[in-house]
Design a protein around this ligand. Sequence first.
Ligand code: SAM
Length: 281
Amino acid sequence: MNYRHGFHAGNFADVFKHALLARLLVYLTRKDAPFRVIDTHAGEGVYDLAADEAERTLEWEGGIGRLADLHGADDETRALLAPYLDCVGAFGEEGRPALYPGSPMIAARLMRAQDRAIFCELRPDAYETLRYRFGRDARVKTIHIDGYTGLGAYVPPKERRGLVLIDPPFERTDEFAAMFEAFLAAHAKWPGGVYALWHPSKDARAERAFLDGFGKAGVKRTLRLSLAVASGGEGLRRTGLVVVNPPFVFEQEATKILSFLSARLAQGAGAGFEIERLTGE
Ligand SMILES: C[S@@+](CC[C@H](N)C(=O)[O-])C[C@H]1O[C@@H](n2cnc3c(N)ncnc32)[C@H](O)[C@@H]1O
């Protein structure tokens, strides 16, 4: 387990994932009934963008650093991004937010008093930070556990509505398969949950096999969203999110958000976004 999210916090892939995550959470708050969030690979919860890890890569500059202002965004786009950007908070003079919220912080900020969350993290130092940050939040349980094991153990939640985020580090060569297997097992026990599965786009063949798996397994209502900042080049340039059981308005909201983000976060030719209905009703 070499992966440390601090090197990547606030990069374009985080902005993509977290802006969409915030919309999924906002939708859940539209009913009074409580919901549950399960974040299988939670990370530290919050990242200091002035810390050594972020300073070494400066990946945040190509991500959240480009959203210090929203010039060119229309009112609807601003309103759709507001819940996410409210979690990010104020930007400093150099266009850097003091702290960048990870998925647990975004969930905790958008949850209400009646909602609950389970944050799983396996790396001991990351887990200690996570536990420290959320130890006093009675709505949250942090667990030092393999995320896939945690997912199997905690679905279905008693609330019967909610969201699972599966956001592994992709250090394992079989991560697509492991993620899909854990998802399918959880989905069999809790078919009504909203599931968001993040992935990098580096290995086109493995990615296509993963995406085709949803239809083959008979999983319904599956949307795949992707964002590219350029085609080719070194490092991560394209990323994706599969959302199972997306809220009714999500595709429309995501189209609006991603058309803005793909232009704002572009690094070169080939930047853009795609939304694909992998499976229907
Ligand atoms: C991509 S980061 C998560 C980022 C976080 N979801 C966010 O959006 O802020 C992946 C995290 O998974 C952790 N991790 C690695 N293997 C794990 C496992 N088997 N179970 C749970 N967490 C794991 C890593 O330590 C890392 O913090």
